[in-house]
Design a protein around this ligand. Structure first.
Ligand SMILES: Nc1nc2c(c(=O)[nH]1)N[C@H]1C(S)=C(S)[C@@H](COP(=O)(O)OP(=O)(O)OC[C@H]3O[C@@H](n4cnc5c(=O)[nH]c(N)nc54)[C@H](O)[C@@H]3O)O[C@H]1N2
Ligand SMILES: Nc1nc2c(c(=O)[nH]1)N[C@H]1C(S)=C(S)[C@@H](COP(=O)(O)OP(=O)(O)OC[C@H]3O[C@@H](n4cnc5c(=O)[nH]c(N)nc54)[C@H](O)[C@@H]3O)O[C@H]1N2
Ligand SMILES: [Mo]
Length: 763
């Protein structure tokens, strides 16, 4: 029997606080994930689906982008992967009756959690102009509506095509081809809000905007620095890799304003040590840095390495690098007082880390949103690259850059051409293969898309997955921008906020997820994905789809393309829709590294994409060498009486999808409207633990941004900073507050003040 979703909105925000934990995973994690799965589906289905996660004949976990170890394992998933699977494989269903019973105006008052809990979408739905209810619509009519609205635009640039990072390589390739055939590079994606800063910094310095290490490198490293990342929650399988690295002798350093439980100690539920004892201590040195202090930290480290006798790899620098002299002059001038102020760290700790660095031959730096979502994020990551280049830690085993990607195929989508600023080489190859002239003018990223919708320049918004209005900054501005559109369309698996904040007309196009079987006239199809370390492999779902009314993402793109481009378009969309091999053949001729794609993707475990810096120390940069860069020391400025807020994830959510209200490791349950403040700052600001306050954003545009009704929690965060969950706090992130160069919203650096709880409605 289908599982029933709760009818009333269960979110009663009443946070309960207990002491933070000091270890991650272990048996409670396993039990928790099984309980969550049990709420969504039968025990038989749970077993059937979980036995196929990350197995060679199964599907790629829709959770994070952390790679799978080569050999197969009895269970190659984690607690949060199991939650991601259960969320998708749920037996709950949303039918036409649901939409008949719930007008959009009512759904707009529901929490994101409630919307997500209603189950899988089962048929295409249309919200017509002036109507308050979604009604069923045929696929043909739905595609015709999109085609009509696209044709009504003055220019193809009046449309934007967003992608979230779960979309397969095959769907992504077809999707970008469609957009470019139509004539626009408006291909914003979630990466714009995520690792864009990493891509910008790495492309400039190393020539490839991706990580340069494999799992094997991690196991061989002497020193692993994990900065601005919470793997215990967001990449739990990384903990097994760190555990293995530690057993092989690695030292692990974590740099974070919060003592995250997952990094402190790990109880691996898959081995005896994890089941019985206290688990493995992961972090050898914890640097509790101030928000945004990482640039200063790496500058100080570089200064110390430069000052140490034999500290640098001179041969590597001479042979492979460019710009060393200018960089070194700047780094040597680093002012200690500025470093201490920016990092909040004792100088002895920085020296201790420098000693570890000088004692290590092979170093890897891992990072995620704690580094990428700051105003000076690109400069910070460039300085990380300087740090690694100094001692030759790029392009040899056990060493390199490791930006840990978020969505399970966000890296692959970019490889497939989901990018508003494609390279000329990519466009040339695409144009050659499909015999057309792709648009050359750069398109809009996520932030610029919001501006364009706000200003009436973009009138059709199309999303391949994701939850754009909830994931983007400045919620009120973004929602108003969406409402100005002529048409908003979402290809989705589950209901979310973006379906109920719409343009004049709106469409929901339900699609197959990773866990679903995908059959076409040509037989069983599979798709492919690329993980955070550049490994490409196949993914094949096995479950019966939630309804017969669903199309795959590939089929949706192809049928839409035909409707919009007309019968005269020479692209074989009909063939692509039924045979993903046909799409892969084209990819193999357009995207470097995908030669013989159809053969290589069928190898168990898949194949590795080439990576010049990693494979042969060749650097496809503007200078043809690895570039040192000069990054003036800056840090966020916070006026008296204010704190800097970072917006982060709880243990019980996947981005805007809320699984539950249990942030177990941080000891916060039963509610999400909490703000974590250091007790010493709290005392100065008169913020008693348990007090309810409004968070008020301060930004130079003078606009008041208010997030009402947050419970103050005294928590060991670094001084001067505060932390609260995303997406509840996105209302506070100004649209125009973005990172230099990458244009990524500064979600980890929002200046706030605290005001008494006004009782304003919680949005
Ligand atoms: N279960 C689960 N898994 C996920 C996701 C999810 O929501 N749930 N999301 C996926 C996605 S799309 C992504 S991008 C990743 C995100 O993975 P993370 O980047 O780990 O996610 P955040 O919760 O944003 O955590 C940021 C971490 O950086 C720290 N931090 C914040 N500011 C700074 C700073 O200035 N300096 C330093 N050194 N540290 C800082 C925070 O304290 C926190 O530990 O996870 C992916 N995996
Ligand atoms: N304040 C703040 N804002 C942030 C961040 C932050 O740290 N702080 N992090 C940013 C980051 S790193 C990211 S990546 C973005 C995330 O932004 P998005 O990727 O846009 O958001 P998600 O919440 O991951 O999207 C969830 C929705 O995707 C749909 N979905 C799930 N699986 C599939 C599928 O297989 N196919 C299709 N078509 N749809 C599917 C479901 O309908 C679900 O509701 O948010 C960013 N926003
Ligand atoms: Mo992300």
């Amino acid at each position: 029997m289908a599982k029933q979703a709760p009818q009333s909105d269960p979110v009663q925000d009443a946070p309960q606080i207990s002491a933070p934990k000091h270890a991650a995973a272990g048996v409670p994690a396993v039990l928790h994930s099984l309980r969550m799965a049990g709420e969504q589906m039968s025990a038989r289905r749970t077993l059937a689906v979980l036995s196929k996660v990350n197995q060679p004949d199964g599907f790629d976990c829709p959770g994070c982008a952390w790679p799978e170890p080569g050999r197969t394992h009895t269970a190659e998933f984690c607690e949060n992967g199991a939650k991601a699977v259960a969320e998708e494989a749920t037996e709950r269903r949303i039918t036409a009756e649901f939409f008949a019973a719930h007008p959009v105006s009512e759904l707009a008052g529901r929490s994101g959690y409630w919307l997500g809990q209603q189950g899988r979408l089962t048929g295409p739905m249309l919200l017509d102009e002036g109507s308050d209810r979604y009604v069923p619509v045929s696929w043909e009519r739905a595609f015709d509506i999109v085609a009509e609205e696209l044709r009504a635009l003055d220019t193809p640039d009046g449309a934007a095509f967003y992608t979230s990072g779960r979309t397969s390589n095959e769907a992504a390739f077809a999707y970008q081809l469609f957009a470019r055939r139509l004539g626009t590079n408006n291909l914003p994606d979630c990466s714009n809000m995520c690792h864009e800063s990493s891509g910008s910094a790495l492309t400039e310095t190393l020539g490839v905007g991706k990580g340069s290490v494999s799992l094997k490198d991690l196991y061989q490293a002497d020193l692993i620095i994990v900065a601005g990342q919470n793997p215990g929650t967001n990449h739990p399988r990384m903990l097994s890799a760190l555990e293995r690295a530690k057993r092989a002798g690695a030292t692990v350093v974590s740099v974070n304003p919060l003592p995250e439980a997952g990094l402190e100690r790990f109880k691996n539920p898959q081995n005896a040590r994890g089941l019985a004892a206290n688990g493995t201590k992961l972090t050898d040195l914890f640097l509790q840095i101030r928000l945004g202090g990482d640039l200063a930290l790496f500058r100080a480290l570089n200064q110390l390495v430069l000052a140490a006798e034999g500290g640098t790899d001179e041969a590597f620098i001479a042979e492979h690098c460019h710009g060393f002299e200018e960089f070194a002059a700047e780094a040597k001038s680093t002012d200690r007082a500025e470093v201490l102020a920016a990092t909040g760290l004792p100088w002895e700790q920085i020296e201790e880390l420098a000693r570890l660095v000088l004692a290590s031959k092979k170093i890897i730096v891992c990072w995620a949103m704690g580094l990428t979502q700051h105003r000076h994020a690109v400069a910070t990551i460039r300085e990380v690259v300087n740090f690694l280049l100094l001692r030759g830690n790029v392009g040899r085993p056990g060493a390199g850059v490791c930006p840990v990607r978020g969505h399970s195929n966000v890296q692959g989508d970019r490889t497939m051409g989901i990018f508003e600023r494609p390279s000329a080489a990519f466009l040339d190859a695409l144009g050659r293969e499909f015999d057309f002239e792709p648009p050359r003018e750069h398109g809009l990223d996520s932030v610029d898309t919001i501006r364009a919708m706000r200003d009436g320049r973009v009138k059709v918004f199309f999303a391949m997955g994701g939850n754009f209005v909830a994931a983007t900054p400045d919620t009120e501005v973004t929602e108003a921008a969406m409402r100005r559109c002529r048409l908003t369309v979402h290809v989705s698996t589950k209901l979310n906020r973006s379906h109920v904040v719409t343009g004049a007309r709106a469409l929901i196009l339900p699609t197959l997820g990773r866990t679903d079987r995908d059959w076409t006239e040509a037989g069983a199809q599979f798709v492919s994905v690329e993980d955070s370390m550049g490994m490409v492999h196949s993914s094949r779902g096995g479950l019966r789809p939630p309804s017969d009314g669903l199309l795959s993402e590939v089929a949706i793109v192809c049928r839409l393309a035909r409707a919009a481009l007309g019968p005269g378009d020479p692209t074989p969309w009909e063939e692509f829709a039924v045979s993903y091999d046909a799409v892969r053949d084209r990819i193999s001729r357009v995207v470097p590294g995908f030669e013989d794609f159809n053969e290589k993707v069928r190898r168990p475990g898949g194949f590795a994409l080439p990576h010049g810096p990693r494979d042969s120390r060749t650097f496809p940069t503007a200078t043809g060498r690895a570039n040192f860069t000069v990054n003036p020391l800056t840090a966020p400025e916070v006026p008296e009486g204010r704190l800097l807020l970072q917006t982060l994830r709880s243990h019980d959510q996947y981005n805007t999808t809320i699984y539950g209200l249990d942030d177990r490791y941080r000891g916060i349950t039963g509610g999400r409207r909490v703000v974590l403040v250091n007790p010493a700052d709290a005392e100065q600001l008169g913020l008693a633990d348990g007090l309810y306050v409004d968070l008020v954003g301060e930004w130079k545009d003078g606009v008041e941004r208010r997030a009402p009704h947050f419970r103050v929690v005294h928590y060991p965060v670094a001084r001067g900073g505060a932390a609260a969950y995303y997406p509840e706090t996105n209302v506070l992130v100004p649209l125009d507050s973005t990172a230099e160069i990458s244009n990524t919203p500064t979600s980890k650096a929002v200046v706030i003040r605290f005001e008494p709880d006004t009782g304003a409605p919680v949005g």
